[in-house]
Write a protein that binds this ligand. Structure first.
Ligand SMILES: C=CC1=C(C)c2cc3[nH]c(cc4nc(cc5[nH]c(cc1n2)c(C)c5CCC(=O)O)C(CCC(=O)O)=C4C)c(C)c3C=C
Ligand SMILES: [Fe+2]
Ligand SMILES: [Fe+2]
Length: 316
């Protein structure tokens, strides 16, 4: 009997310290990240950046157990989703910059009689640097490997109610309604160079809309924070990136307590476990915050599994 498959797509992250170089090399060879036309020039830029960044990056991963948590969390999500579907739908995942790569997953799928593959990039908001990159990569590899199933894609899901229930659950796991008036909430999004937005990337617009939806839901749930903000983390390189930065936002806040929700990630990764949990915690302590809390990403929460089931049903 012909089958269907759901493939979750994400960026990936080093599975060990040696893979840090693989991760950075693949990221900076990505035409959606370094948009110069010449692939030779891109390869040269990637070599330079990787050469200068690998050791610094390895030091980051060393502090969170010498690997990114992203692959482990994604496997747990895939297992939960697979158990919802039973044998009729194959659930798998592919990473953009580290194993398991799309080519490996495609070889597995090509050994089965798959009629339709539903591709779900695990980014709530669309960006050319993430969603588009992952989808293009999968499609290219799929056609190279001679696959002939129908590919169905979804581009964003920040408006999905079950997804936003997963977000609210993660917030309420960290804070009670009674505590909210003494806290500011910051939705922290991964930054993007301004020139990417100027070329028409809708990421910033999607993030703004997402913050508006969540702000309403929090009000309806009686979670009345002193104030709710949006800020951008993870700037790399000398270019101008989206503002305000998370650091500047923290400097501006007068409350004693701050809660951070990583709005651009569905799965915990080095940016949540290192940058938010370790690096910005130190910044917040230096700035005199008495209470600094970071929410977990949706990861394999039941609401997130419900979201993916619902997206699959809508794509059919
Ligand atoms: C030009 C550089 C980068 C762009 C553009 C960018 C966009 C972007 N990235 C994510 C999600 C993640 N990024 C992660 C790590 C990471 N990102 C960059 C650079 C750009 N990202 C670098 C150099 C790194 C490595 C970290 C380091 O070495 O310091 C991760 C973490 C993966 C992990 O290992 O766990 C995620 C997730 C989004 C959502 C995004 C655009 C919207
Ligand atoms: Fe990134
Ligand atoms: Fe984590």
């Amino acid at each position: 009997m012909k089958k269907e498959a759901i493939v979750l797509l994400n960026m990936g992250g080093p599975n060990n310290l040696e893979e840090v170089e693989v991760f950075l090399t693949n990221m900076f060879n990505d035409k959606n990240i370094i948009t110069v036309k010449s692939s030779l020039l891109r390869a040269f830029i990637a070599k330079m950046i990787t050469f200068t960044r690998t050791e610094k990056s390895q030091e980051i991963y060393r502090q969170i157990g010498s690997k990114s948590p992203i692959v482990g969390h994604t496997k747990e999500l895939v297992e939960k989703l697979q158990s919802r579907f039973g044998e009729d739908v194959v659930v798998d995942f592919a990473m953009r910059y580290t194993p398991p790569f799309a080519s490996e997953v495609i070889e597995r799928l090509n050994r089965e009689d798959i009629e339709k593959i539903y591709l779900i990039p695990l980014y709530p908001q669309f960006s050319t640097t993430t969603t588009k990159s992952s989808l293009e990569d999968f499609e290219e590899q799929y056609h190279l490997k001679g696959g002939d199933a129908i590919l169905v894609e979804i581009k964003h899901f920040f408006q999905n109610q079950n997804y936003n229930r997963a977000v609210l659950q993660r917030i309420t796991e960290r804070i009670s309604a009674d505590e909210c008036p003494n806290f500011d909430l910051i939705f922290s999004a991964h930054g993007l160079p301004v020139k990417v937005i100027e070329r028409g990337d809708v990421y910033e617009r999607h993030v703004n809309k997402h913050v508006a939806i969540l702000t309403n839901m929090l009000k309806e749930a009686g979670m009345n924070f002193n104030a709710i903000h949006l800020a951008y983390q993870s700037k790399v390189g000398p270019m101008e990136w989206l503002k305000p930065s998370l650091e500047d936002k923290l400097k501006e806040i007068k409350s004693n307590g701050v809660l951070i929700f990583p709005i651009a990630f569905t799965i915990d990764n080095s940016e949540t476990d290192f940058e938010l949990e370790i690096e910005y915690r130190e910044v917040a302590e230096e700035l005199g915050f008495k209470d600094y809390r970071v929410c977990e990403c949706p990861n394999d929460s039941d609401f997130f599994v419900d979201t993916l089931v619902e997206l699959y049903e809508k794509m059919r």
